[in-house]
Design a protein around this ligand. Structure first.
Ligand code: CA
Length: 233
C-alpha cells in the first residue's frame, strides 16, 4: 500500500518563492498547496487540514503574528515562519506566539527540509510534546528525572540553574527556544528582560559540556532569537 504524502500549506505572497518551495517540497515527497494571502491561507487550512504550515511573516492582508495566533487557537499544526534577514524581533515574537521554528530568507532548501522532517517526526513520535527521560546526542547523556549529565562516561556536575536551562533545551531538542521562553522557565516571569543571565549560564554550560566552547557542537546560538540544542551530532 502506498503511504499518504504529508500535505504542506505554504502561505507566502512571493510567487517566485511558491515555485521554489513547491519544487523542493515535491522532490522530497511532500504534497504542497499554496496561498498568496493570509485570508486565503486560513480558508485553505480549514479545507485541506495540512500536516504543516510554512508562513511568511510579511503578508499583504493579515499580520503574520495575528495569523499565528489565529491558527494556534484552533490547532497544534506545526508552523515554520519565513522572515526577512532584519526581522529578529518579529521572529522572536512569532515563536512566542506559538510558531515552532523559523527560517531567514534566503534559506537553503536542505535546511528547510531538515526542519520540516524534524517537526513532523516530533509530532509523530510524541504528540503531547514531552521529552524522553534519557536524552542522548553525540557523547552527551542527559537524564532528566535523575538530573544527571554525562560527557562520555564522565559525570558532569551542573548547578541547579545550569541543569534547568539545559533540560529546557532538551525538551525542545532540535528546535529554537527563545530568550524570553528560557528566562521565563528558568528564572521566572520577573526576569524576562535579563538576557545577560542567559549569556553567562550558556557560557558556563558550554565550558562544561563542549570540547570546544568557542565553536559549540551542541549548544547553538540563534543570533538575536535564542538557542538550539543540536540533535544531529
Ligand atoms: Ca512577504
Amino acid at each position: 500500500m502506498k503511504s499518504v504524502k504529508p500535505l504542506i500549506l505554504v502561505i507566502e505572497d512571493n510567487y517566485q518563492l511558491h515555485i521554489l518551495l513547491r519544487t523542493t517540497l515535491e522532490s522530497f515527497n511532500y504534497q504542497v498547496v499554496t496561498s498568496l494571502t493570509g485570508q486565503e491561507g486560513l480558508v485553505m487550512a480549514r479545507k485541506h487540514q495540512p500536516s504543516l504550515l510554512i508562513l511568511d511573516l510579511g503578508l499583504p492582508d493579515i499580520d503574520g503574528q495575528e495569523l499565528i495566533c489565529r491558527f494556534r487557537k484552533g490547532s497544534e499544526v506545526p508552523i515554520i515562519v519565513l522572515s526577512a534577514r532584519d526581522q529578529e524581533e518579529d521572529i522572536t515574537q512569532a515563536l512566542d506566539h506559538g510558531a515552532d521554528d523559523y527560517l531567514t530568507k534566503p534559506f537553503s532548501p536542505s535546511v528547510l527540509i531538515s526542519r520540516i522532517n524534524a517537526l513532523l517526526r516530533r509530532v509523530a513520535k510524541n504528540p503531547s510534546g514531552g521529552a524522553n527521560e534519557v536524552f542522548r546526542v553525540g557523547d552527551l547523556t542527559i537524564e532528566l528525572t535523575r538530573r544527571r549529565v554525562f560527557v562520555g562516561a564522565k559525570e558532569v556536575n551542573l548547578t541547579p540553574i545550569e541543569f534547568n536551562l539545559l533540560s529546557e533545551l532538551v525538551r525542545h531538542a532540535g528546535f529554537v527556544v527563545t530568550h524570553r521562553h528560557l528566562l521565563e522557565k528558568v528564572w521566572g516571569v520577573s526576569h524576562i528582560e535579563h538576557s545577560h543571565y542567559l549569556r553567562i549560564y550558556m557560557g558556563q554550560l558550554r565550558h562544561k559540556l563542549e570540547s570546544n566552547p568557542a565553536s559549540p557542537r551542541y549548544l547553538l546560538t540563534e543570533a538575536g532569537v535564542g538557542y538550539r540544542l543540536n540533535e544531529n551530532n
